[in-house]
Design a protein around this ligand. Structure first.
Ligand SMILES: [Fe+2]
Length: 296
């Protein structure tokens, strides 16, 4: 096999599954067996890097993580429905609720170590993210669902595992992994574009303000800015810390890649009806969705 020729200014990292990620300021490559031209491939991460190179390196780590699932065939994406939107909100609730305390814990550790810039960034993320879990509940309430009851009934196992992962990263003696974790979540949220927002909006009964959380956590909301802020912080780290953050970005993406299929719309809808804020007066959208599903 001919070696892939890569430019001189490269960085690389080997992931736990053996995949080699090579990045330049313009591209990234993944190799799990392909031979790279070793004389042209920088070994490891450079002592200092550029924001563009780091962006590519992290993109490679996230792509490798998303593709790491052992699933033989990726299942086709199900069309967006109101119940699948509600299920996604339940995942968002779990990760949003976990972020502020985890970031405050990381900030305290950095502060003790005298790493004040890292402490300030983690504390700022905690501050920015505070209350976003409540935004989910408000969106659900707008749909006639008791959000608190609904998120207790619907706890996606994948999001609980992601939260455990964040807590482990934040509890580490030198928790720079939290920045890689946050980057992966924000980068994936930033992929939610106007088209996705429009598709969800078409599912929401007119006049209901039930998209605050997804609008904010999308490419048209705050996430594109957060992605740049995260990069701006991580580019200041030394090579070892950047490697730790990149590996955390990868491990977080692995969890998204392995996320199980959501339950059926019928199951989610049944719980939504149980959690209706006024059981005797089920919201019109619940009735209309029920009718649609009955025709399937
Ligand atoms: Fe948030």
């Amino acid at each position: 096999m001919n070696p892939i020729s890569v430019p001189l200014e490269t960085e690389s990292i080997v992931l736990p599954n053996g995949t080699l990620v090579v990045a330049t300021a313009k591209n990234c490559w993944l190799s799990s067996g392909q031979t790279f031209s070793t004389e042209k491939t920088a070994s490891g991460l450079l002592p200092a890097t550029s924001q563009d190179s780091l962006r590519q390196l992290l993109a490679g780590c996230i792509l490798a993580g998303l593709g790491s699932s052992k699933r033989a065939q990726p299942k086709p994406r199900r069309p967006k429905t109101l119940p699948s939107y509600l299920y996604a909100l339940c995942s968002g609730y779990r990760t949003a609720a976990a972020t502020p305390p985890a970031m405050r814990l990381a900030a305290a550790t950095f502060r003790e170590q005298g790493l004040l810039a890292l402490a300030a960034h983690a504390a700022e993320v905690a501050r920015e993210e505070t209350g976003h879990d409540l935004m989910v509940l408000r969106d659900m309430n707008a749909l006639g669902i008791d959000g608190k009851r609904f998120v207790e009934r619907v706890q996606p196992a994948f999001s609980l595992a992601v939260v455990d992962h964040l807590q482990a990263l934040a509890s580490s003696p030198h928790p720079v992994g939290v920045f890689g974790y946050a980057y992966t979540l924000e980068r994936l949220c930033a992929l939610i574009g106007q088209r996705d927002i429009d598709q969800i909006e078409a599912l929401i009964p007119p006049g209901l303000n039930a998209m605050r959380f997804v609008r904010l956590h999308s490419g048209i909301g705050a996430e594109a800015h957060h992605v740049e802020e995260g990069l701006g912080l991580m580019v200041t780290l030394g090579a070892a810390d950047r490697a730790t953050a990149a590996l955390a970005a990868y491990s977080t993406a692995c969890m998204f890649g392995a996320a199980q299929e959501p339950p059926s719309d019928r199951e989610v809808l049944a719980i939504a009806r149980d959690c209706a804020t006024e059981p005797d007066l089920i919201s019109p959208w619940l009735c209309s969705v029920s009718a649609d599903l009955a025709e399937v």
